[in-house]
Design a protein around this ligand. Structure first.
Ligand code: SRM
Ligand code: SF4
Length: 571
């Protein structure tokens, strides 16, 4: 039941649209049939997001098409949920084939451990969705005002906790998935039900005020950046047994250049729960946000603002009163890094795991590196699993000792066994998609960061920092899709060829960075950073990370609050 908490301001347009959509049907089915345009109706673009689909246009072709008097080159991005990031070789092969048949011959591994297919045209949208279903995967709730793809640490070598944590992540994901039959009706030609008789027990007709993100971290790895999640579970174990979780709430990074009331915020850790309560707690946290989140202003609608407005003590009380029991004292834990581990590691299960670097998560074949084909060939013989990491990389998981030499040979044949040759800077780089598909991009990101890292690598090598893991992250706008505010070096696009530079995040994801220089031209970035990198090489203290160094030596002040104020991050 939705609470009677009444807001004096009228609900925003998207709220009205959700309510009128009959549990996410809208007029999507009719929009898909309309062959007079490559687009779907405006209202349906909102509804389609809940089905994991974004309408976009090829931005490189915009002006040319405008001049020619043509409509935009409309394309669709499909985001495929992979709870906990783990999929089978068969699923891999099916997604790979769909990318070739209907997409851009690339697969994007996202920062939330999901797959994205780009450049799908309207005429093949439904066929592609059916192909995804055939792979026993789905896209419902991959986008929209619902709980998104649930993240989980994919690294089983660290402890035996991974398996039960993955089970819990999947259980929470399943419990928080919308129940509407609209997805089946529209995409899978499922039997039509009358929306009037349908129910959405957890969400109601208007779902959540905004997107909601959940992640499970297994210390000492904070690879999922748990403090950026609306809802986070930090695994607590004893001698390889999972006991429960510390609960974190209220993280989120998105902000707007122009709106001074928006800001990135790290989550508060508010207590401990035993493992068997994890689904119940997830549900209740979500319902507090459902009932108290701001439905009048989408820029103020995430859980982080509900908590900032009402206070963390209010939130905890409200949660505990819904639970009918109190959270325990937060248990001790320690994170040491938020990056991935590369190359072979032996798991606690006696199997082998290969961490593979996929630059910015964009899997494609190039003349030099036929990575997509290589992974397809591996998937054909692999009997374990694939694990998408939160840093846009991939783990070839559960390789038996007998199979290891065959996988090793394929990694070599397709030039995938290269982590030693890549600098720690590049191995810890992340960029969001941005141009040419993202409609919100102000500057390049995925297409630019690799080149910038090559330029910075010259300084890195000259200083003997080849193996040093420095987190470097870039986004094409301030929404924060590659979590740039947790980069030890962060770049946020302001305009074509111009970036804000941020420094000073913690290596373990526990401290946000700060604005170092605003609107730096792309061609000036290396000159800005080279002296800092050189000083780091000679003046750093034993074991000191780059982010900490930039604070100790005064380039930026440490962010001591869990949140940043607009003026600290924008200029
Ligand atoms: Fe994101 C919107 C891509 C992770 C914050 N994000 C978008 C859209 C859909 C643009 C749009 O709304 O039209 C981008 C599609 C680009 C494209 O062409 O593919 C987009 N976001 C991505 C991905 C693919 C980046 C990547 O390169 O991997 C990530 C997909 C994750 C997934 O599988 O679900 C992605 N987005 C994130 C993250 C990181 C995370 O969740 O760990 C964030 C910051 C954390 C957070 O949510 O606070 C993030 N994306 C946003 C926002 C700002 C939200 C806010 O609260 O202000 C938007 C814009 C919005 O929602 O209005 C956005
Ligand atoms: Fe697009 Fe901005 Fe997200 Fe990059 S950060 S994918 S530019 S919305």
């Amino acid at each position: 039941m939705i609470s009677d908490h009444a807001d004096p301001k009228p609900p925003c347009k998207v709220e009205v649209l959700k309510e009128a959509s009959h549990y996410l049907r809208g007029t999507l089915a009719a929009s898909l049939e309309d062959r007079s345009t490559g687009a779907i109706s405006d209202d349906d673009t909102t509804v389609s997001k809940f089905h994991g689909i974004y309408q976009q246009d090829h931005r490189d072709q915009r002006s040319e098409r405008r001049k020619a008097g043509l409509e935009k080159s409309f394309i669709f991005m499909i985001r495929i949920r992979v709870p906990g990031g783990v999929c089978t070789p068969d699923q891999w092969l099916k997604i790979d084939a769909l990318a070739d048949q209907y997409g851009s011959h690339t697969i994007k591994l996202t920062t939330r451990q999901a797959f994205q297919l780009h450049f799908i045209t309207k005429d093949v949208l439904k066929t592609t969705m059916q192909g995804i279903n055939h792979a026993v995967l789905d896209c419902i709730a991959a986008c929209g005002d619902v709980n998104r793809n649930v993240m989980a640490n994919p690294n089983p070598w660290q402890s035996a906790l991974h398996t039960p944590v993955l089970e819990d992540a999947r259980a929470v994901s399943a419990h928080l998935t919308p129940q509407t039959r609209a997805y089946h009706e529209i995409w899978l030609d499922g039997e039509k039900v009358t929306p009037e008789t349908e129910e959405e027990p957890l969400y109601g007709k208007t779902y959540l005020p905004r997107k909601f993100k959940t992640g499970f971290a297994v210390p000492p790895s904070n690879d999922i950046d748990v403090y950026t999640q609306d809802l986070g579970f930090i695994a607590i174990g004893e001698e390889e047994k999972l006991l429960g979780y510390n609960l974190s709430v209220g993280g989120g990074l998105g902000m707007s250049h122009s709106d001074t009331k928006t800001y990135p915020r790290l989550a508060n850790v508010i207590g401990y729960l035993p493992r068997e309560k994890v689904v119940e707690v997830a549900e209740k946290v979500l319902t507090v946000q459902r009932d108290f989140g701001d439905r009048t202003n989408r820029k103020h609608a995430r859980l982080k603002y509900t908590i900032e407005d009402r206070g963390i003590d209010w939130f905890k009380n409200e949660l505990e009163s819904r639970l009918g029991w109190k959270l325990g004292e937060t248990r001790p834990f320690e994170f040491t890094s938020s990056g991935d581990r590369y190359g072979w590691s032996e798991g606690t299960d006696g199997r082998w795991y290969y961490g593979l670097f996929i630059q910015n998560g964009r899997l494609r074949d190039t003349d030099d590196l036929p990575a997509k084909t290589g992974l397809r060939e591996i998937a054909k013989i692999h009997t374990g699993d694939f694990r998408l990491t939160a840093n846009q990389n991939l783990v070839i998981g559960g390789v038996t000792p007998e199979q290891k030499p065959r996988i090793e040979a394929l990694l070599k044949q397709y030039k995938l066994d290269v982590p030693e040759r890549i600098t720690g800077l590049r191995l810890n780089s992340m960029a969001c998609v941005a141009l040419p598909t993202c409609g919100l991009a102000l500057a390049e990101s995925e297409r630019y960061l690799p080149q910038l890292v090559s330029e910075l690598d010259e300084v890195i090598e000259e200083c003997g920092l080849h193996h040093d893991a420095i987190l470097i992250r870039m986004t094409g706008c301030p929404n924060g899709c590659a979590r740039p505010y947790l980069g030890e070096i962060g770049f946020v696009g302001r305009a074509p060829g111009k970036y804000n530079i941020y420094l000073g995040a913690a290596h373990d994801g526990s401290r946000l960075n700060k604005l170092y220089k605003p609107s730096v031209k792309a061609e000036e970035i290396v000159n800005e950073l080279a002296p800092i990198i050189r000083r780091y090489a000679t003046e750093r203290e034993e074991g000191e990370h780059f982010g900490d160094f930039t604070i100790r030596t005064g380039y930026v002040k440490a962010t001591t609050e869990g949140r940043l104020f607009h003026e600290e991050i924008m200029a």
